[in-house]
Design a binder for this molecule. Sequence first.
Ligand SMILES: Cc1ncc(COP(=O)(O)O)c(C=O)c1O
Length: 216
Amino acid sequence: MADAEGDYVRDVEGKRYLDFSMGWCVGNLGWKHPRIDAAMRAFDGPTYVHPAYHYEPAEQLAERLLSFAPGRLRKVFRATGGTEAVELALQAAMLVTRRHGLLSLEAAYHGNSIGTHARLPRCHKIAGPFDARAAERAEAVLKTREIAAFVMEPVICNLGGIVPEASFVSRMRDLCRKYGALFVADEVACGFGRSGVLFACEHFDLDPDILCLGKA
Ligand SMILES: Cc1ncc(COP(=O)(O)O)c(C=O)c1O
């Protein structure tokens, strides 16, 4: 690859390709967007800020995010990327619930760490299709009250663009509440307009306990 502009990427021989994946959901506003490019060029702030320091632009960003975040989300934690966002969400859920089990959708992708890859010993998976019967199978696991968090993409980009049944999403939300697990919505890929609304949670009126963002 040599360059990218708008919806296209160009290779070193000058051939153009329509970039359907947009750098896997990073370039949701198109490559070389003039306003984004201009803002990046105009930036003359610090090269690096240690995460423990208060930094006003980061706090303004946190407030902006909360002003349009779905449901009752009230706190923002900054990470370095999508994997870390999901990993920290799972760790936070373990701390809060004092449990160590995790539940996710079979074959789902949430990042490249051991936790987000569902490779931990107490990681349970729900096989698709994601319907009422899948929710029943999930309930059998949640009932043990060993699950700290259930994590899913509200629109599942990583399983080929699956839009789950609304009844499955709302049932999973209810079951998490009933059995004390946190509902973690991974919008690292489907967030920031990728599914036609700002956050895919909005398609389901989903009120997650933790929302993970990244990429775009
Ligand atoms: C749904 C989802 N979650 C998390 C990640 C991990 O994000 P990152 O590659 O920024 O670590 C990805 C990456 O493709 C993803 O698609």
